[in-house]
Design a protein around this ligand. Structure first.
Ligand SMILES: Nc1ncnc2c1ncn2[C@@H]1O[C@H](COP(=O)(O)OP(=O)(O)OP(=O)(O)O)[C@@H](O)[C@H]1O
Ligand SMILES: [Mg+2]
Length: 343
């Protein structure tokens, strides 16, 4: 059971029979990252960090992963928390602030273009530094350790929502709504900071022991100011196929916040039903459905899903961005209405 906090939620009810999700290795759940669209030089000037955009071989030799106890900047590595395509995340001890932090470093083994990867990590730091909200992990530091450039955020004691869904299938509807509505607030702050997150999915939402949620992983975040750092080479493909808005599948560089609302709709759908709205054997099949297929309503998939919650997720999954909730105020109101109705 998910522990609850002091929010006025109804007691937990049994979820619909859980359906296990695809394995974490499912290709439709793997982020697509196109690092070659990131410039490898040219902005040193504007940004004023002398050594950051040097050719890879001048930066430092590729270092093996740090071991427990290794000191990186003022941080002591304590424990591996997770890893993605291009990064490793560790819990570390901050010797200045005397508290645990989350330290994200590049996974050199998977990095082919080192200056581009460093720039991408720096862009993630710049994006995160712009957002201040209790439902978004707080940016703390960015450093140019010669072996491991690092991004540091507050450490949040929690499990990725993706892990909870893979382990237990659908959540009780009132938990699903409570958790996802917190992300609507987080994304409101992301929007206010002039950003689109572009990688909203359960694995990028951490759930704390009292049911509080926090948004992480701004590795694909887009902002006009950050776009100026990119050398455009054509339409950009970014995001995770299973959660990708139709317009993001066409060209991720042109999307606005409504693409995040779509991906949050997929996440809500999955939390309510334990299944993705669109499943397929590969990315192409999944993306084709995002573009062309109407989702089966969650209430049709599971009798435990209340009609209003089902309607909300279908609304968020509208193909045309103009047919979705248009802003986070509207989305928050919709969540409040659905959660206020006793069922
Ligand atoms: N602030 C944090 N507090 C606690 N754990 C965290 C924090 N940030 C990340 N983690 C853990 O590390 C995992 C990976 O983090 P994140 O999603 O930021 O990186 P990633 O997906 O590996 O990155 P990329 O996709 O860029 O390679 C998370 O699923 C979570 O378990
Ligand atoms: Mg991630």
């Amino acid at each position: 059971m998910l522990p609850m906090n002091d929010e006025p939620l109804e007691p937990a009810r049994s979820a619909s029979s859980p359906t296990m999700l695809s394995s974490p290795n499912d290709p439709t759940l793997t982020p697509i990252r196109v690092t070659e669209t990131v410039a490898s030089s040219g902005d040193t000037h504007t940004l004023g960090f002398p050594q950051r955009d040097k050719p890879a071989e001048e930066i430092a030799p590729a270092a093996p992963l740090p071991e427990i106890g290794t000191v990186v900047g003022p941080f002591v590595i304590q424990e591996k928390l997770g890893e993605g395509v291009s990064c490793h995340v560790f819990r570390a001890w901050d010797e200045i602030r005397s508290c645990p932090v989350a330290l994200k470093i590049l996974n050199w083994a998977n990095v082919f273009d080192r200056p581009a990867a460093m720039k991408q990590l720096r862009m993630e730091a710049m994006a995160l530094a712009r957002v201040k909200h209790s439902r978004v992990v707080r940016f703390l530091d960015f450093g140019f350790d010669p072996r491991w450039p690092y991004l540091v955020t507050e450490f949040f004691e929690g499990r990725p929502m993706g892990e909870l869904l893979r382990a237990g299938g659908a959540l009780p509807p009132e938990w699903a709504l409570f958790l996802i509505s917190q992300m609507a607030d987080a994304l409101g702050a992301v929007w206010q900071a002039g950003l689109v997150h572009r990688d909203i999915k359960p694995d990028n939402i951490l759930i704390g022991p009292n049911g509080n949620a926090k948004l992480i992983d701004f590795g694909l975040a887009k902002a006009d100011v950050l776009e100026a750092m990119r050398e455009r080479t054509g339409p950009e493909l970014a995001g995770t196929a299973a959660y990708l808005a139709p317009e993001q599948a066409k060209d991720a560089s042109t999307v606005d916040h409504r693409a995040d609302i779509y991906s949050l709709g997929v996440t809500l759908y999955e939390a309510l039903t334990g299944r993705l709205p669109f499943e397929g054997r590969n990315r192409v099949q999944v993306i084709f459905q995002h573009l062309n297929t109407q989702p089966v309503a969650p209430a049709q998939r599971s009798p435990h899903v209340p009609a209003l919650a089902s309607d909300l997720s279908v609304w968020m999954l509208s193909k045309n961005p103009a047919d979705r909730p248009q802003n986070y105020q509207e989305l928050r109101q919709a969540f409040d209405t659905v959660m206020g109705v006793r069922y």
